[in-house]
Write a protein that binds this ligand. Sequence first.
Ligand SMILES: [Mn+2]
Length: 476
Amino acid sequence: MAAIWSMGPGTLEVPMSLFQKNRQRLADKLKSGEVVILQGGEDISHYDTDIHYVFRQEAYFTWVCGVKEPGCYFALDVKTKKSYLFVPRLPDEYEVWMGKLLTCAQFRKIYAVDEVYYVDELHTILKSMNPDKLLTLTGPNTDSGLTAKEAAFDGIDEFNVDNETLFPIIAELRVFKTPEEIEVMRYVCKVSSDAHKQVMLYAKPGLKEYQCESVFLDHCYRVGGCRHVSYTCICGSGDNAATLHYGHAAAPNSKTLEDGDMCLFDMGGNYAGYAADITCSYPANGKFTDDQKLIYEAVLNARDAVIREAKPGVKWTDMHLTANRAMLQHLKEGGLLKGDVEDMINHGVNAILQPHGLGHLIGLDVHDVGGYLPHCPPRPDGPLGRLRTARVLQSTMLLTIEPGCYFIDKLLDRAQADPKLSRFFNWERVNSFRGFGGVRIEDDVLITDDGVENLTFVPRTVAEIEEHMKNGANFK
Ligand SMILES: [Mn+2]
């Protein structure tokens, strides 16, 4: 029987052939005589205690083998195309506290790798392969500024180690999703979309933001088998919706939803390591005011413009500006802005109202790798430097499209004080939106041969949202 992983009936069965294919794609890019060695994630304890964070596997490690346990290594011999998993040799006592110890043969079957050994055999087995080069993985994560942790083990200095070849190759491969990976992304986006729809039905004035968060977590886990979400849920209502990374320790989604608030809920489930990242914005009471509708539809126009125009060959930086133009035009028609839209962009009005980039690559990391690899367009100077990639779109890339419009006091004050920016705003109108918060609309989309496939299925128009919040209890 083909090896699969799932969280049980009703959840997606992920075939281990997904990871076999990734290994094949990797081997095809490397030379005979090279052996890849990756080190998986380790269990991390809460400070000095014996309590651990729920383990999350490192994403490159997941990409090559899908292994869920901590403390492992993985090797791929390019000459033979054979895959090797190395698991920790755990003491008998483990069985008393943690359950049955799996044998190497069992691991081999579960993960459909060619051979399994214990980590203490790693050095000997690698020696027996007699590689010309041992390829380790290290390189910059251009979103976090951190560095991928290179494999290390006793005796590695006896090998000819090359830590430069692998990183750009494997990061580039991760940018392009296989049909098997796209199936997992479809699933996790559907589960996350349904969870957002449940929150939308539940939300009402008087509830806490974290109560809405808990409905999302419940649906993702109970119905979709997603033990993790991809990032800390951002559940801002009212003015909190203008805090881009709300929901952190000092602002833990703890405000009460008020009648008249907009909600901006940015949440995504995670299944088999694959991330969703979806944002819905709607009135807490289920009915848009004219002002809420104006801002919402400005952002929706931006999203629609990108969905219309995104396709292979198009630059992501151009899509960002397409979104900005559509939004600024709508705000101008709504009386918040004045002047020429191109002029506004040249002076940075777009970055006052939407300080972040249009979106990002998504996959095994929510801000997925490959945004600025050496062969790609470099990070632009100036305001476009905020974008997480400046790449040209290609088929089978997966990205988020997430335009937004926020009323952030600090940025509005800056614009008001700067004559070059100030002249584009109708301040009487704009100042009446201070405290409004903001709107973001975020979809996860696949670039196809001639456009995009949207993997997100939530009510998006004003009419759809109002209908769902009023009558959506039996949604499918
Ligand atoms: Mn996002």
